[in-house]
Design a protein around this ligand. Structure first.
Ligand code: FAD
Length: 489
């Protein structure tokens, strides 16, 4: 059965970005109709999908939380705490009645004749399909496939007698009590899982091909503690903490370019401090890349290092030859015994929510498009993607994008436009087209594997996607909406 309805704006995804988009939209345009649609059972996106032990943020909630809702708590928060915060936000802003769950957007067809998108939505419970007509698609579907994590095809996986688990698909009944566990990977997920599981396992080993920088720091904030007795309005404290956090991040980012060796020394000596002076941080915690080329994994209160120092966890830096019946055979000749192997090996990138986009009858290949500040795409009418920061908190960019989209809506209202489409201008004709994310700047594995699927960026405004909050907070806000790069109709 197919039914048809219409809304002004369709928001894809009810994670932190979708909720942010809904907040800004209804605050700026209370008369616009909108709906958030999500495949999952409930709101929260990433924080609903991931259920592995210890799951927590790796950036502070002053900046990962919304600008418009104070975060009261320790900087690094658990998934449950983030979900509770989002739950409150949805109620306070009366967003709940706009969200529809267990609905998957499968196709979106743009018609220039009618100036609207016809979106096919599949109901995951009843298998019914409906068409929603909308003028604007606000893509808040994140950047990775929620259904399945990325596991490389290791030789011999079928021979292993124990359980192989990807953290993104954590079985509720996984028994690891008194078991030998190997975690493959050394990113934020491994750094979270290991201290959370270490006390219950017989032993847990982090097996890494190459090391990661970890940023150990106490999970409290002296400034927040100092402000507490002053009885300030919560919004003031939130704003001060947010600025402090941004200032600290800016200092680290700046040092990663201006003084990479000094920053590296600081990170390594903190690790050494927590691990004890006899621990061989080389090779286990001495990466070969410049700090910040991948997200710096925060280790609150040094918990990962404490588990290692206590002998509950250990690190092996080596390469996998194959899985065996009893564990993992390494290239060095060493064998690791395991009852459970956890593949903390990352995500599968997902561009535009696995939706089939069609524009005036032609299938859209977004990898051939150029991003307008990495928000809208050449030749794609009335669509914006909330692609946040990979280094600074994601939500800082979501807020900038929300402001940008609302400005465009206002501009279109003022001029009676119905359609906005980014187009390269005559002066952009010979512009070199570059990868969406500059590999020199940020080179996480999931991005490198999927760069060919992502749109391109250019070498000049407004086609640059710098991933730099401190630049974009000025450039996005100051975008000239009539510079010819946005075509209106
Ligand atoms: C374990 C983990 C920890 C992280 N920690 C941090 C952190 O501390 N700081 C930080 O800045 N970033 C972090 N990130 C990155 C994080 O994903 C983003 O910051 C942020 O949560 C993304 O929010 P989002 O709402 O844009 O997307 P998501 O959280 O990915 O939510 C997107 C939603 O859209 C839905 N959806 C997608 N496609 C469709 C479709 N076709 N139809 C219907 N619904 C659809 C999905 O079901 C999902 O619920 C982390 C990521 C992971 C995996």
């Amino acid at each position: 059965m197919t039914t048809e309805r219409s809304v002004d704006v369709l928001i894809v995804g009810a994670g932190i970005s979708g909720i942010d988009a809904a907040y800004h939209l209804q605050r700026e345009f209370p008369d616009r109709t909108f709906e958030l649609v999500d495949r999952q059972q409930s709101f929260g996106g990433t924080w609903r999908t991931h259920k592995y032990p210890g799951i927590r943020s790796d950036s502070d909630l002053y900046t990962f939380g919304f600008s418009w809702k104070p975060w009261i708590g320790v900087p690094i928060a658990t998934a449950d705490e983030i979900l509770a915060y989002l739950d409150e936000a949805i109620d306070e802003q009366d967003i709940r009645r706009h969200i529809r769950y267990r609905k998957s957007l499968v196709k979106a067809e743009w018609s220039s004749d009618s100036s609207h998108w016809a979106v096919t939505i599949h109901d995951l419970d009843t298998s019914e399909r409906e068409t929603v007509i909308c003028n604007f698609m606000w893509m808040c579907q994140g950047y990775y496939r929620h259904e399945k994590g990325y596991t490389p095809d290791f030789p011999g996986m079928n021979d292993f007698a124990g359980a192989i688990v990807h953290p993104q698909e954590w079985p509720e009944d996984l028994d690891y009590h008194d078991k030998k566990v190997v975690v493959i990977g050394s990113g934020a997920t491994a750094a979270t899982l290991i201290p959370a599981m270490a006390q219950d396992c017989r032993h847990i080993t982090m097996l890494q091909r190459s090391p990661t920088y970890f940023f150990a720091r106490p999970n409290n904030n002296e400034l927040a503690d100092a402000l507490a007795p002053l009885d300030l309005p919560e919004q003031w404290t939130h704003e001060i903490m947010r600025r402090k956090s941004l200032h600290d991040q800016k200092t680290i980012t700046h040092r990663s370019f201006a003084d990479p060796e000094g920053l590296r020394d600081d990170l390594l000596s903190t690790a050494q401090y927590y691990l004890g002076e006899n621990y061989p941080i080389d090779p286990h915690f001495t990466p070969h890349y410049r700090p910040w080329r991948q997200r710096l994994a925060v280790v609150p209160d040094g918990d990962l290092f404490k588990s290692i120092r206590a002998g509950q966890a250990s690190v092996v830096t080596d390469q996998i030859e194959s899985f065996t019946h009893d564990g993992i055979q390494l290239k060095s000749g060493q064998a690791l015994e395991a009852d459970v192997i956890i593949t903390a090996t990352g995500f599968n990138m997902c561009v535009l929510g696995d939706i089939d986009f069609v524009i005036d009858g032609e299938p859209l290949d977004v990898s051939q498009c150029v991003g307008h500040r990495g928000i809208m795409y050449t030749g794609v009418p009335n669509l914006a993607w909330m692609f946040g920061y990979l280094r600074t908190s994601w939500t800082m960019r979501a807020d900038l994008i929300a402001g940008f989209v609302c400005r465009i809506f206002q501009h279109m209202d003022d001029n009676h436009y119905e359609v906005v489409t980014p187009q390269l201008r005559a002066e952009d004709a010979d512009m070199p087209l570059l990868p969406f994310i500059d590999e020199e700047n940020f080179n996480a594995g999931y991005l490198m594997r999927s760069m060919h699927l992502l749109p391109k960026q250019g070498d000049r405004e407004p086609w640059v996607f710098s991933q730099d909050y401190y630049t974009e907070k000025h450039t996005i806000a100051a975008t000239d909406l009539e510079d010819g790069s946005l075509q209106y109709r």
